[in-house]
Design a protein around this ligand. Structure first.
Ligand code: ADP
Ligand code: MG
Length: 588
C-alpha cells in the first residue's frame, strides 16, 4: 500500500524528533502518518482508531509544533474521559516536548484541590489536558482562559459519551472561541458524536485506521464456560497455567474486587484491588506499584480501570463478563499495549452465552473455548518449577552442612537415601502440592438437581431451559468430590456405588453426582458440606463386601467445614440430619 513514512518525512522539528528517538519510536504508526500532516496543514480531523494505535502522538505532536512558547496561555486543550487518561496524555505531551524550551503541560481533573490547580494555571501552561467536569468548572469560574486557544482535542469521545460526559463536552465546546482547530478521536461513531462533529467541526478530514496487524493489538482471546468449579477456584488455575508479566482481572462490583484479591493473596500472588472507593492518591500509588513490578495483578471494576495503560499487562481475565460488548473491547485493550502480544480469557456462565454471542458479533470473530487447566498441566508446571529450584540448590556451594544432617536423619530412620529423598520431596511441596487430587467432573450443577440419572453424561445432555426459580438456587448446590478405595480391579460398577451410598446414607440417588471408576479406587461427587459423622459412617459402609473408606479429595471442603465446625446443630443448612446416627436425605 503506502510506502513507509518516517518522522523526518513528516517535517517535525529537531527537538521533537529527538524526543521520539529517546522514546524508541522508530516510525509513525498509521494513524500518526495520516493525522500529523492533516493537522499540520490546519485541518480539523476526525480520527477513528482502536486503543493502542498511537493517537496521543498523532494529535499532540502537530499541535506542539505550533505552540508559541513565549505566550504563557493555554493553546492546546485536550479533553479526556478519565483522570487516568488525562494524566497519561499530559505525561505523553511532556515527553514529546521535553526538548522544546518553555513548554508547560498541565493536567486538570476532578478530585484534586482547586487551589493547587489555580496555582498551576497561573504558571501559564500552554497545554492543558483535563476531564470534562473539572474543565467546565474552571470555565464557569473563569479560572481557565481559552482566548488564545489554537487547538482542541476530544480524546476517546465515545468513552466520554458512554460515561455520560457528552453534555459537559458540548457545553465546553460551545464556550470556546470559534477560532481553533479541532481533532476528535473515537473508536466508534455513535450518533451523538456525529452530531458534535457536525456542529463544532469544520469540514473535518476523516481518518479511519482499520485494525491491521500493526495497529490492532495482538490479543489472543478465549473463553471458559464456568462449570465444574467456581470462578474463584478456576481463576487460580488459570493464573498458574498462564505465563504472564502482569495481569488485570475484571469483576463487576467493588465487593468482588476485594473478594478476588483475598483469594489470590491466599495463593501467594502480589495483587491489589482497584475500585472507585479508592482515593486518587491510593489509586495512583497502586498503578505505580504495578508499573514497577511490586504488584503483578490488579482486580478492577470497569470504571476504575478505564484508560489504564501499563505496558507490563500481558493478561486480561474477564472474571465477570461485560454486559455490553464495547466494554469488553475496552477491557482487553488493557493488554497488547505498544504492539506487544496479549492474552485475554473470558469467564462465561452458561446463562451468559447470549452476551458472548454479542461480543463475538462486535469483534467480528468467534472466540474459541478453552478448558480449565487440568490437574496434569498444573502438576507438570509445578514439577518443572520445583525441579528448577532443586537444580539451583544443587548448584549452590553450601550443601555440605546439610549433608551431615542427612546422615543423621538416615542413621535415625534406618532407611535408604532414596526413601528419605522421597519423603523430603513430599514435605517440600506444602503450599503447592506436586500431586493434585483428580479433576472435578465438569457438569452444570443445576442439571444435577433436575434429573434423576445416575450417569453424568445423560445429565449433561439435558436441555438448557430452566425456570427463574431454579436459576437462583444454582449456586447453592455445590459438590464435593470423595474418593473410595474400591476400583475396577475389585469388579465394582457405578450402580454398586450408587446403591451402597443411597441405601446406607439414605441419600436419594438423585443427589449423587458423577462417579468415576479407576483401577484401584473411584471418585464420587456428593452435596457439599457433608457432616463428619456421615463421612465416618461411610468409612465403614461396604461395597461388594469391602469397606469404602471414603475420604474427601476436592479442596473445596475447607470453606464448608469452617462454617459448621464442632457444636453443630442437629441438622445443618444442607439438610444433613444426624438423628440416631442415621442420615436422611438432604432437603434442598
Ligand atoms: P491510543 O491513544 O491510540 O490508545 P497511545 O497514544 O496511548 O494509543 O499509544 C499506545 C502506546 O504505543 C504507548 O505506549 C505509546 O508510547 C506507544 N507508541 C505510540 N506511537 C508509537 C510509535 N510511533 N512507535 C512506537 N510506539 C508508539
Ligand atoms: Mg489514547
Amino acid at each position: 500500500m503506502t510506502k513507509e513514512i518516517s518522522f523526518i518525512d513528516l517535517g517535525l522539528s529537531e527537538e521533537i524528533l529527538n524526543a521520539l528517538n529517546d522514546l524508541g519510536f522508530t516510525k509513525p504508526s498509521p494513524i500518526q502518518a495520516e493525522c500529523i500532516p492533516l493537522l499540520l496543514e490546519g485541518n480539523d480531523v476526525l480520527g477513528m482508531a482502536q486503543t493502542g494505535s498511537g493517537k496521543t502522538a498523532a494529535f499532540s505532536i502537530p499541535f506542539l509544533m505550533n505552540i508559541d512558547v513565549n505566550l504563557k496561555a493555554p493553546q492546546l486543550l485536550v479533553l479526556a474521559p478519565t483522570r487516568e487518561l488525562a494524566i497519561q496524555v499530559a505525561d505523553a505531551c511532556a515527553e514529546y516536548s521535553k526538548y522544546v524550551k518553555g513548554v508547560k503541560v498541565l493536567a486538570l481533573y476532578g478530585g484534586q484541590r482547586y487551589d493547587v490547580q489555580l496555582r498551576a494555571l497561573k504558571q501559564g501552561p500552554q497545554i492543558v489536558v483535563g476531564t470534562p467536569g473539572r474543565l467546565l468548572d474552571h470555565l464557569n469560574r473563569k479560572t481557565l482562559d481559552l482566548s488564545n486557544l489554537k487547538g482542541l482535542v476530544l480524546d476517546e469521545a465515545d468513552e466520554m459519551l458512554r460515561m455520560g460526559f457528552i453534555d459537559d463536552v458540548e457545553s465546553i465546546m460551545a464556550t470556546i472561541p470559534e477560532e481553533h482547530q479541532t481533532a476528535l478521536f473515537s473508536a466508534t461513531m455513535p450518533a451523538p458524536i456525529r452530531r458534535i462533529t457536525k456542529r463544532f467541526m469544520h469540514n473535518p478530514k476523516e481518518v479511519q485506521i482499520k485494525g491491521t496487524k500493526q495497529t490492532a493489538p495482538d490479543i489472543d482471546q478465549s473463553y471458559w464456560l464456568v462449570r465444574g468449579m467456581r470462578k474463584n477456584e478456576a481463576i487460580v488455575r488459570f493464573l498458574e497455567a498462564e505465563d504472564f508479566d502482569a495481569a488485570i482481572i475484571f469483576v463487576r462490583t467493588k465487593t468482588a474486587t476485594l473478594e478476588v484479591a483475598e483469594v489470590l493473596e491466599k495463593h501467594g500472588y502480589s495483587c491489589a484491588a482497584l475500585n472507585g472507593d479508592m482515593t486518587q492518591q491510593l489509586r495512583e500509588q497502586t498503578l505505580d506499584r504495578l508499573r514497577n513490578g511490586r504488584l503483578d495483578i490488579l482486580i478492577a471494576t470497569d470504571v476504575a480501570a478505564r484508560g489504564l495503560d501499563v505496558e507490563r499487562i500481558s493478561l486480561v481475565i474477564n472474571y465477570d463478563i461485560t454486559l455490553d460488548s464495547e466494554s469488553y473491547v475496552h477491557r482487553i485493550g488493557r493488554t497488547g499495549r505498544a504492539g506487544r502480544a496479549g492474552r485475554a480469557i473470558l469467564f462465561v456462565d452458561s446463562r451468559e452465552r447470549r452476551l458472548l454471542k454479542n461480543i463475538e458479533q462486535t469483534i467480528k470473530k468467534p472466540i474459541p473455548e478453552v478448558a480449565l487447566p487440568s490437574k496434569e498441566l498444573l502438576e507438570k508446571r509445578r514439577l518443572a518449577k520445583f525441579t528448577q529450584q532443586v537444580q539451583q540448590q544443587l548448584e549452590s556451594a553450601d550443601l555440605e552442612q546439610y549433608q551431615t544432617l542427612l546422615e543423621q536423619i538416615q542413621a535415625e530412620s534406618g532407611t535408604d537415601l532414596e526413601t528419605i529423598a522421597t519423603a523430603l520431596l513430599r514435605l517440600a511441596q506444602r503450599d503447592r502440592p506436586l500431586i493434585l487430587p483428580p479433576d472435578p467432573v465438569f457438569k452444570p450443577a443445576r442439571e444435577y438437581r433436575d434429573r434423576d440419572g445416575r450417569n453424568g453424561e445423560r445429565r449433561l445432555r439435558g436441555d438448557n431451559r430452566e425456570s427463574p426459580k431454579r436459576r437462583e438456587r444454582r449456586d447453592v448446590g455445590e459438590m464435593d468430590m470423595y474418593r473410595i478405595e474400591i476400583g475396577k480391579e475389585n469388579g465394582v460398577e457405578v450402580r454398586h456405588i450408587v446403591g451402597a451410598i443411597a441405601n446406607e446414607a439414605d441419600i436419594s440417588s438423585r443427589y449423587i453426582g458423577n462417579i468415576k471408576l479407576y483401577e484401584t479406587y473411584s471418585t464420587v461427587e456428593l452435596p457439599k458440606g457433608m457432616p463428619k459423622d456421615i463421612l465416618k459412617h461411610f468409612e465403614r459402609v461396604r461395597v461388594l463386601n469391602q469397606p469404602m473408606k471414603m475420604s474427601l479429595v476436592a479442596g473445596k471442603s475447607s470453606e464448608g467445614k469452617r462454617g459448621r465446625k464442632s457444636n453443630q446443630p442437629e441438622s445443618d443448612d444442607k439438610g444433613f440430619a444426624k438423628k440416631r446416627g442415621r442420615p436422611t436425605a438432604p432437603k434442598f
